[in-house]
Design a protein around this ligand. Structure first.
Ligand code: AMP
Length: 404
């Protein structure tokens, strides 16, 4: 059993770093997607049920110059209270402190009784948070008896509340929350204990964003599927005609190097044989199907084509481990959704047949949610950038600080 599950929080004040960086409507401040809040509820509930109290700290948005209304966590207090109340099956009042430091925060946290919850104002109203300021972290640490990091979404940042603060708690009094534990376990399973065949599906816009992850996966995967806009840099590097498809000309050499390394290592790289092409980057563009290496001038590839879908789905269905990062096309527009949807269906099918599948990285997560497949894959990561860096082989400061 994990440290968190074993720990009895009775009579203790748990200072939890959560990732409540949820999208808010610009005018009404209504929450657009509360997945990140829901993801932290099991951790909060365990502590409250033990008889502990909870102090929540988070960032929201990217405030530049101190406090600003649009990035205030006060907008989410009501919904948080609803979620905690529902999960606990009894009324829980969520208090709010207008500052994450200072008298109000200290007085409210000191007065907190077992079963009570306090949400602190946005940590990033202080520049010290992102700078990883040690003095700021030490002050925050005084608010609680135990430090729980449940913010996987910021685990790749060495910020005051995500990493630096851990040094002010002794071993046994700093730990991952349930969300963070789940993320780390799923990621480790894929990276270090993957059953083969292991297929990584990498999509999205740019090769430059995905080079490190591909290079790391070349050491581990048996198959790498490359789709999305980045596929056309590979196509051009191989001598194909790609019309006005997305292309990073300064990465043509890198693309060729990746293909050479893959061949040396016996990793199969799957590139889309055909594409859905469009005469314009628009939802109502004219479309056609073309070989991905013979796209006419004036046209661009905006989704993988029917042959590619078949080829990719077959590789996915053979797999025992699947990692998916990035969409296969411009899935935000209906005409260019089929590739990403086909992949989602194939991943769900492979999972039903016993494969372990992890979807991580912002846009592929948005896609599985949009198409309704989130509960048909083994794990959907809440941490886009953090998961990407983990799969690039980097040590995440938020994880290292707890393990030290
Ligand atoms: P990323 O954040 O790198 O995973 O990229 C995701 C974005 O890539 C999404 O907004 C997609 O619309 C976009 N995208 C996927 N395929 C293409 C394509 N063929 N051409 C242009 N953009 C694409």
């Amino acid at each position: 059993m994990s440290l968190f599950s074993q720990h009895n929080f009775s009579g203790q004040k748990a200072l939890i770093r959560v990732d409540f960086n949820v999208p808010l409507d610009k005018q009404t401040f209504a929450i657009g997607d509360d997945n990140r809040m829901r993801a932290a509820i099991p951790t909060i509930v365990k502590i409250l049920k033990d008889g502990g109290s909870v102090i929540l700290m988070s960032h929201l948005g990217r405030p530049k110059e101190g406090p600003e209304t649009k990035s205030s966590l006060i907008h989410i207090v009501g919904h948080l209270q609803e979620l905690v109340t529902k999960a606990m099956g009894t009324d829980v009042f969520v208090q709010f402190a207008n500052d994450c430091m200072g008298d109000e925060a200290f007085e409210k946290s000191a007065a907190l009784r077992p079963g009570e919850v306090l949400l602190l104002e946005n940590l990033r109203f202080y520049k010290e948070e992102e700078k990883g300021d040690v003095g700021f972290a030490e002050k925050l640490s005084k608010l609680g008896d135990v430090y729980v990091n449940d913010a996987f979404g910021t685990a790749h940042r060495a910020h005051a509340s995500t990493a630096v603060i851990a040094q002010f708690f002794p071993k046994g009094k700093k730990m991952f929350g349930l969300l963070m534990e789940g993320e780390v376990k799923a990621a480790e399973l894929v990276l270090h204990k993957a059953e083969k065949p292991f297929t990584a599906i990498i999509g999205g816009a740019k090769v430059s964003d995905k080079i490190l992850i591909i290079e790391n996966l070349l050491q581990r995967a048996t198959d790498i599927i490359i789709g999305g806009g980045m596929a056309y840099t590979f196509m051009k590097a191989k001598g194909g005609q790609i019309g006005k498809s997305l292309c990073e000309d300064d990465r043509l050499g890198t693309a060729l190097e990746i293909l050479t390394k893959a061949a040396e290592k016996g990793v199969t790289i799957h590139l889309p044989e055909d594409s859905i092409i469009a005469d314009n980057f628009a939802a109502d563009a004219n479309t056609d199907v073309a070989s991905s290496n013979a796209i006419p001038d004036g046209w661009m590839g905006l989704d993988v084509g029917p042959k590619a879908c078949e080829q990719f789905a077959a590789a996915i269905k053979r797999s025992k481990t699947i990692l998916w990062n990035g969409p296969m096309g411009v899935f935000e527009m209906e005409k260019f959704q089929t590739g990403t949807k086909t992949i989602a269906i194939a991943v769900a099918e492979a999972t039903a047949n016993g494969a372990f599948s992890l979807v991580g990285g912002g846009d592929s997560v948005a896609a599985v949610n949009q198409f309704g497949f989130a509960d048909q894959v083994s794990y959907v990561s809440t941490g886009g950038g953090a998961m990407l860096e983990y799969f690039e082989g980097k040590v995440l400061p938020g994880i290292a600080a707890i393990n030290e």
